[in-house]
Design a protein around this ligand. Structure first.
Ligand SMILES: Nc1ncnc2c1ncn2[C@@H]1O[C@H](COP(=O)(O)OP(=O)(O)O)[C@@H](O)[C@H]1O
Ligand SMILES: [Mg+2]
Length: 243
């Protein structure tokens, strides 16, 4: 297996203009994202989606960098960034963002089509993913003929079809019943166990409990949970006996 590109940030910052001044949606954040499942938690409006959109290169930082392997994501031009994203990333959004005029099968094939994979291989790979998410019987359905949970699973199949090194998910289980949510989660944890970097925004404590790493966002400040463990002083050696 070739080395998978690792994701890291350097003083990644996002401010928005607001009236006379600006609001800081993300304070400078430097972090080496380890492989495995990272949960991003925090109240609504704290900056979670801002962070994810920057990591994906959908949004441009006000300062700082997103580095993937040896590549500075935002130093790439628009077209190169799109190609780079296609090669290394998968996404699942809260709203599935499926292409409404394409069937479930065609939606899953879409990233493969863009990557120039020949039709036969495309069909087979998309089919295999639809089986994995339990939707092989819905392959010919259009998005509006699917339930919310089904559409979300199709979106997940689309995100996974190229086995991306980096998988980003913004509350993918938010609109799902708990059973479907569990399935979606299983499908996100499998690549994490296989050494992919999976970053998952969630409100769900049970989901966050499954993560290998947790980032807590509050008012645009990101703290790495579990860090405090390292600062605990080691047990002191026993005192020498007196006398
Ligand atoms: N396009 C924008 N223009 C101005 N402010 C924005 C914009 N997008 C997000 N914000 C602000 O940035 C902060 C973080 O938003 P967001 O990242 O969407 O939070 P979360 O995903 O944690 O709910 C919020 O205060 C929000 O109002
Ligand atoms: Mg959000």
């Amino acid at each position: 297996m070739t080395d998978l590109p690792r994701l890291r940030t350097e003083a990644l910052t996002r401010t928005y203009p607001s009236g006379e001044g600006h609001v800081t949606a993300l304070h400078p954040f430097t972090h080496p994202f380890p492989p495995g499942l990272t949960a991003v938690v925090g109240p609504s409006g704290s900056g979670k989606s801002t962070l994810l959109n920057l990591l994906a290169g959908f949004d441009t930082p006000s300062a700082g960098r997103v580095i993937v392997g040896d590549t500075d994501l935002h130093a790439l031009g628009e077209a190169d960034r799109a190609d780079f994203r296609l090669a290394h990333y998968g996404f699942v959004f809260q709203n599935h963002n499926l292409v409404s005029i394409l069937s479930a099968q065609e939606n899953v094939e879409f990233p493969l089509t863009l990557a120039g994979i020949p039709p036969r291989e495309r069909r087979e790979r998309a089919r295999a993913l639809l089986v994995q998410v339990g939707l092989e019987k819905r392959a010919a359905h259009l998005p509006n003929q699917l339930s919310g949970g089904e559409a979300q699973r199709v979106a997940l199949a689309r995100a996974l079809v190229r086995d991306p090194a980096i998988l980003l998910a913004d509350e993918p289980t938010g609109n799902l019943d708990s059973h479907t949510g569990e399935r979606v989660l299983e499908l996100l944890t499998a690549p994490a166990r296989a050494g992919r970097t999976v970053i998952l925004i969630t409100h769900d404590r049970d989901v966050a409990a499954l993560a290998d790493h947790t980032l807590r966002v509050k008012d645009g400040e990101v703290t790495v949970e579990g860090d405090e463990v390292e600062t605990v002083a080691p047990t002191p050696p026993p005192l020498p006996r007196l006398g």
